[in-house]
Design a binder for this molecule. Structure first.
Ligand code: COA
Length: 260
């Protein structure tokens, strides 16, 4: 399937998805959300993909938010639908994706753009990137999970400050408060993301999928993360990848989790 607003490329088991609306600073309209969903859905069962990197075209913006022109005259019902569709199709979908998703933040990550990065599992940002949730300037609040995920990463106090002031923070500040994993020079954003991806691609895909599931369970009010961990830990003993990992260790060789 070809897309209009996103570019996709698979290299070394890593799918790179580039949001490609530079004239709108890669703002997320509904079509782009749909295409991101489709690209991720296709890659879910694709064995040649073990990690996903999401970035934006150019060096100015990762994503400058939801597309303001698209929702400018929405009703209450349309606003609610926009939020719930986004949660379901993209933001929760990424958070619970079975393969690690890395946000390579190459510039502004604002509003829905920062929420997209927050839904990813790991974040690498350019030292020139600026991040914020400016929705209160528009008479809104973050509606793609930002009120919850930002607080999970940086704590309630810092999240409150960022959301109610609408302030943007630098990559350096974002790294300091735990919002991003790494701030790097602009030309190293993708290199650093691929370096992290390369560490992941040789590991057990089953174990990684399970780790994502169990870590997320701890942030789900309806689940007990410890109980989920016990259950899922046990299940892994029944997998061929566990047998391969342990045999390789005992035979002093590198495991090959991808023979089949
Ligand atoms: N939705 C729709 N269009 C957007 C957009 C968004 N979130 N962010 C930027 N654009 C568009 C601008 O309207 C402009 O389009 P135009 O050339 O047709 O007028 C183009 O992208 C370039 O943006 P511009 O504002 O001219 O660039 P800048 O360098 O002066 O400012 C920003 C950059 C990111 C500070 C500014 O674009 C901005 O504040 N964007 C909105 C951020 C926001 O509130 N996001 C949350 C949305 S919920």
């Amino acid at each position: 399937m070809t897309f209009e607003n996103v570019l996709t490329e698979i290299t070394n088991s890593v799918l790179t998805i580039t949001i490609n609306r530079p004239s709108k600073l890669n703002a997320l309209d509904l079509k782009t959300i749909e295409e991101l969903h489709e690209a991720l859905l296709q890659a879910e069962n694709e064995k040649s993909v073990r990690v996903v990197v999401i970035t934006g075209t150019g060096n100015k913006a990762f994503v400058a938010g939801a597309d303001i022109s698209e929702f400018s005259d929405f009703s209450i019902e349309e606003g609610k639908k926009m939020s719930s569709t986004g949660h379901f199709k993209l933001f929760n979908f990424i958070e619970n994706y079975s393969k690690p998703v890395i946000a390579a933040i190459n510039g502004y990550a604002l509003g829905g753009g920062l929420e997209l990065a927050l839904a990813c599992h790991i974040r690498v940002a350019s030292s020139t990137a600026r991040m914020g949730l400016p929705e209160v300037s528009l008479g809104l609040i973050p509606g793609y999970g930002g009120t919850q995920r930002l607080a999970h990463l940086v704590g309630k106090g810092k999240a409150m400050e960022m959301i109610v002031t609408a302030d943007m923070i630098t990559a350096e500040e974002a790294e300091k408060c735990g919002l991003i994993n790494y701030a790097v020079a602009p030309e190293e954003v993708l290199t650093k993301s691929y370096e992290i991806a390369a560490k992941i691609t040789s590991k057990s895909g089953n174990a990684i999928k399970t780790a994502i599931k169990v870590i997320n369970a701890g942030y789900n009010n309806h689940l007990n993360g410890y109980e989920v961990e016990i259950e899922e830990f046990g299940k892994l003993f029944g997998t061929s990848e566990f047998k391969e990992g342990v045999s390789a260790f005992l035979q002093k060789r590198k495991p090959d989790f991808f023979r089949n």
